[in-house]
Design a protein around this ligand. Structure first.
Ligand code: ZN
Length: 270
């Protein structure tokens, strides 16, 4: 939280990043996430394994190291990422008529969705499009009551009192060295990843749906215990990973493996 937004206009960032990453599997989308698509109209769940898994990575509303972030997704020949930076938030869901992404990875923060955008995102999840929620996207759509139900947690951007129950504002702490424990080593998302140390921001005082399938925990006192999990919502597989504040976290091989495996699993490829 609280990293200053870059002053670089989104379009300039997209062009610069496209130049840098053109040779890689991942590319930045300048106009929107709905790429001209041979598979247009085909439900993601039926897309099969013949073509690379297509993921759209949506950022916006929060600063982050823009040059380094795409490196989190590199080195996976089977995953083609399109990076999309929102200008106002929600425009990724404005027109889903040509949607052909198998998974969405959210790295955005504090966005408001129109009723139509909410309905379209729900349509995608009902079709089985996978959803990976990373780090500050814990508060991607904090005003949308459905958002915590979709991915399994509620992060409070301010003190809230509801039905006589008080919830203190959620917290965060930068630059913490802590140990991440694998709670379920047999899950496809965590397979091959052992307990690891990371230097990252921690979040605390957020609610976690007790029905999520916990994959990652920590004993770090500035963090909630459960920091990574899976669940389903409609026909969608959903995975949340609290990690990923900046390049110090991006540098973790284990983090990058978890993100790639989360994309594959939510897309139905594992
Ligand atoms: Zn952060």
């Amino acid at each position: 939280m609280h990293r200053p937004m870059s002053s670089l206009p989104a379009a300039t960032a997209a062009i610069a990043a496209a130049a840098i990453f053109a040779a890689l599997a991942c590319a930045w989308a300048a106009a929107g996430p709905a790429a001209p698509a041979p598979a247009a109209g085909r439900p993601a769940a039926e897309a099969g394994a013949a073509r690379p898994l297509k993921a759209v990575v949506i950022a916006g509303g929060h600063g982050y190291p823009e040059k380094e972030f795409p490196k989190v997704f590199e080195g996976n020949a089977d995953i083609a990422c399109t990076f999309f930076t929102e200008k106002v938030g929600g425009e990724a869901y404005d027109d889903i008529s040509k949607w052909d992404y198998d998974a969405i990875a959210l790295y955005n923060f504090n966005r408001k969705l129109t009723d139509a955008q909410q309905a379209n995102l729900l349509k995608l999840l009902e079709k089985g499009v996978g959803l990976v929620v990373l780090h500050h996207a814990i508060a991607a759509y904090p005003d949308w009551p459905e958002w915590p139900k979709i991915f399994g947690a509620r992060y409070y951007l301010k003190d809230v009192e509801e039905g006589g129950v008080k919830h203190a504002r959620s917290g965060w702490k930068h630059d913490v060295d802590f140990k991440v424990r694998i709670a379920d080593a047999a899950h496809p998302v965590t397979k091959g990843v052992a307990d690891f140390a990371i230097h990252d921001e921690t979040y605390c005082r957020f609610d976690v749906d007790p029905k999520v399938h916990v994959l990652l925990t920590t004993d770090e006192p500035t963090s909630e215990k459960n920091i990574g999990w899976t669940k389903t919502y409609a026909k969608a597989r959903v995975c949340f990973i609290v990690l990923g504040h900046d390049e110090k976290a991006y540098a973790s091989k284990e983090y990058r493996t978890l993100v790639a495996q989360a994309i594959r699993w939510t897309a139905g490829r594992l």
